[in-house]
Design a protein around this ligand. Structure first.
Ligand SMILES: [Zn+2]
Ligand SMILES: [Zn+2]
Length: 170
């Protein structure tokens, strides 16, 4: 029996963690995040500690977040600043074209942007994010993760114990 073709291995997972004190985002490869969480997570920007623990990961499946919660959602891994710049440039260009009485060209630019945006949207993959602490995981999936739901976010609530870690350290 011929063996099934091996799927291309996913790029090594990355984890983005937000500092609960200053909201600074640190994005690192999973292995490095696990290390820093095991050693007592400290923010690079404000130098304060937070009660993050290594995430529980089984292969490419995320079982438990660095904050200890297990409520995840899926979202498009879309480069927001890039999309925004694209939109601003297109609107500025179409406004100028409109002002110089090239109305048809303005429409071409606008619809061109719309098409480009849709293309990027279709090309981008999903990331898994945590309801409680907003940490996100690129290259990992969680079995029960659905699209973002405000009801669930309210139910899960923020993670107060992350801040408590700093009080203990003082
Ligand atoms: Zn910080
Ligand atoms: Zn979390």
């Amino acid at each position: 029996m011929a063996s099934a073709p091996t799927a291309t291995p996913p790029a090594s997972p990355e984890v983005g963690i937000y500092c609960p004190h200053c909201s600074d985002l640190t994005l690192h490869p999973l292995a490095r995040v696990q290390e820093s969480c095991a050693a007592g997570w400290t923010c690079y920007r404000c130098g304060k500690k937070a009660g993050y623990a290594p995430a529980e990961v089984d292969g490419t499946e995320l079982k438990r977040c660095v904050c200890g919660k297990q409520d995840f959602y899926r979202q498009k891994d879309f480069n927001k600043p890039f999309g925004l710049i694209l939109a601003v440039v297109a609107f500025a260009a179409s406004f100028l074209l409109w002002a110089f009485r090239y109305g048809w060209a303005a429409f071409v630019v606008l619809f061109g942007l719309l098409g480009l945006d849709l293309l990027f949207y279709r090309m981008t993959g999903d990331i898994t994010a945590c309801y409680a602490c907003s940490a996100y995981y690129r290259g990992l999936t969680a079995q029960q993760a659905e699209s973002f739901d405000h009801e669930t976010e309210h139910h899960v609530g923020p993670v107060q114990h992350l801040l408590d870690e700093e009080k203990k350290a003082d």
